[in-house]
Design a protein around this ligand. Structure first.
Ligand code: HAS
Length: 552
């Protein structure tokens, strides 16, 4: 027990257990990333029969799925414990059950990827077929995360019961909304994995309906990206204002943006399938319209952030439109890392609008532009915010100090990531516009002139990727230092207060049943007829394809 820890030490232990898995995954995933960019530059051949696609699967699964999910759940537990108060022993026990289910699931899936039995990338698109244990491991991860979600719901409900009529803590509310979205989204994944993929990979059925499987995957896949983003927004709305010494611009606006994410983040999966045959263009069009609606809460977030910065800047004497810029605490890694994430997100978000525009999607789809897009969003905005959070949350909940030395290393880490990402993602976007494909190993395409022109960009990606690898190594070093070696003491757990002139929070925001009901109505509207079409006009099913000799 550490008396100066900022949350109940038992809750801190649960959060830290999640963070250990997250940062081990960061290390292994980043190593795979380095190998990938080197292979793709044409300068490295992998030894010992290891394939590019195996390494790409390790990279995507460990970073996009494991690092994020474990960090997010650990972060939500810590923020809820801080703002609502400790979990009961019973709630915490369920938290540990969820954690162990997820961890065992990760161990199973990772084993089969490393054995080369599951090189299906993180999207595990049928008809590529992995070993059945790959899917069973991932199912355990998802079910474990649901168990954790119910712990978050229960704690929030208990707070409401004990504090009737009061506005719930904003961070807890945001945690609940994030987990609701996650649960509704997972219904698509659970359906395709349990009903289609596992029976097919076990050989119980010979073929799979690829279109339905992909559609169910993307029903899940787009809200998945907001499952990564919303915890970063929790930090942007609530933590960053406190770190800069300011106030939250508006609690009501923050809650409204989370409500809009629940409503609009799910019925939009077709924007990942705009070039997929077999879906009527009208329904693609409708989901593109809904996609543009889900941009609105992000624009609201940008507005609220600018307002927060400006209000604080003016308090400190700034004048003019961008005078606040000079007043921000640039030497504070807790601010600098998430701020650079925001900058990247402004560019990544603009790229998202390009992707979502049907005609422009024809230019960029399946090119490495899309890889550039998600390295700006999840790989920068989200990851850098999580790093910025780790700088204070780890010492704060373990009763240690964020020393000036670690803060300085945090600034260096942020620069390494920034430089790396500018090179890597910039080169990916550019090469993508020239037609360079994604999800593909190095090839000179028989010396074709156009494709040879991509190689300099692939080398730039390798340069950027090397900076990013160094950034990841430094981040892991900082994490280990803060968790085990930093001097004992107190570190602030920054939770912002709402500005006195902000609007009151309407009680309807707390009506979760209403939001879930509207979400389901929208989902039914956007998906029912397309699914009927897909079932009535189903193409022949596909057998599975694997790179493992002896399995089909
Ligand atoms: Fe995306 C593909 C459209 C957001 C992640 N996206 C992907 C994939 C991933 C991903 C992983 O429509 C690839 C999946 C795969 O493997 O195939 N995306 C969008 C749109 C948005 C969007 C419209 N994506 C994200 C986020 C992600 C993410 C967030 C992860 C966290 N995406 C697409 C589409 C595809 C796609 C298509 C399919 C492409 C294809 O053909 O395959 C929007 O939500 C973006 C809205 C964001 C903004 C930015 C707001 C800015 C803020 C920061 C303010 C900054 C401040 C700092 C205050 C409008 C909040 C000061 C700044 C100054 C400038 C001074």
């Amino acid at each position: 027990m550490n008396p100066v820890a900022s949350i109940n030490p038992k809750d801190a232990k649960l959060t830290m257990a999640h963070f250990y898995v997250a940062f081990i995954s960061l290390f292994l995933g980043a190593t795979a990333g380095l190998l990938q960019v080197l292979v793709r530059s044409g300068k490295l051949t992998l030894p010992a029969g290891i394939t590019y696609y195996q390494v790409l699967t390790v990279h995507g699964v460990l970073l996009a799925l494991v690092f994020t999910t474990f960090f997010i759940i650990g972060f939500i537990f810590a923020t809820q414990s801080k703002t609502c108060g400790s979990y009961t022993d019973g709630e915490r026990r369920w938290g540990w059950i969820g954690y162990w289910m997820m961890t065992i699931g990760v161990a199973i899936t990772a084993t089969f990827i490393l054995l080369g039995e599951s090189s299906v990338l993180y999207t595990m698109y049928a008809p590529m077929m992995a070993h059945p244990m790959h899917y069973i491991g991932l199912t355990l991860v998802v079910v474990g995360s649901w168990v954790c979600g119910f712990v978050v719901f229960h704690r929030h409900a208990r707070w409401r019961k004990e504090n009737r009529g009061q506005v719930t803590p904003l961070l807890s509310y945001m945690g609940v909304m994030t987990m609701i979205m996650w649960l509704v989204a997972c219904l698509g994944l659970a359906t395709t994995v349990l009903v289609q993929i596992i029976p097919w990979s076990l050989g119980l059925v010979p073929t799979i309906d690829v279109l339905i499987s992909r559609t169910l995957f993307w029903y899940f896949g787009h809200p998945l990206v907001y499952f990564w983003l919303l915890p970063a927004y929790m930090a942007w709305y609530v933590v960053v204002p406190k770190v800069i010494g300011g106030k939250i611009f508006s609690d009501a606006l923050a809650r409204l943006s989370f409500v809009l994410f629940i409503l609009f983040s799910i019925p939009v999966g077709f924007h990942h399938q705009l070039l997929e045959p077999g879906i009527d263009p009208f329904w693609k069009y409708l989901q593109v319209v809904l996609t543009f609606l889900v941009v609105i809460p992000s624009l609201m977030t940008a507005f609220a952030l600018f307002a927060t910065f400006e209000m604080r800047g003016r308090e400190l004497g700034a004048t003019g439109l961008l005078g606040w810029w000079k007043k921000m605490p640039w030497k504070d890694a807790r601010f600098f890392a998430p701020f650079m994430g925001m900058l990247f997100f402004a560019a990544g978000g603009a790229g998202g609008l390009v992707n979502a525009s049907h005609q422009l999607n024809q230019v960029v789809h399946n090119t490495i532009w899309v890889t550039g897009h998600f390295h700006l969003t999840v790989g920068s905005a989200v990851a850098m915010t999580f790093f910025g959070v780790a700088f204070w949350i780890v010492p704060s909940i373990t009763g240690r100090k964020l020393t000036p030395k670690m803060n300085k290393l945090g600034l260096i880490q942020t620069w390494l990531w920034t430089i790396g990402m500018v090179f890597m993602s910039g080169a990916m976007h550019t090469a993508g516009l020239f037609g360079a494909p994604r999800r593909s190993a190095f090839s000179t395409y028989a010396g074709n002139e156009d494709t040879l022109a991509w190689i300099p960009y692939q080398i730039a990606q390798a340069v950027g990727g090397t900076f990013l690898f160094l950034g990841a190594l430094l981040m892991v070093y900082i994490f280990i230092n803060l968790a085990f070696y930093a001097p004992k003491g107190e570190t602030e757990f920054p939770v912002g207060e709402v500005h006195d002139q902000a609007e009151k929070v309407p009680a309807v925001f707390e009506n979760f049943k209403l939001w879930v009901a509207i979400t389901f109505a929208l989902v039914l509207f956007a998906y029912t007829i397309p699914f009927i079409d897909m079932i009535q006009n189903a193409p022949p099913g596909s057998p599975g394809y694997t790179n493992v000799i002896g399995r089909q």
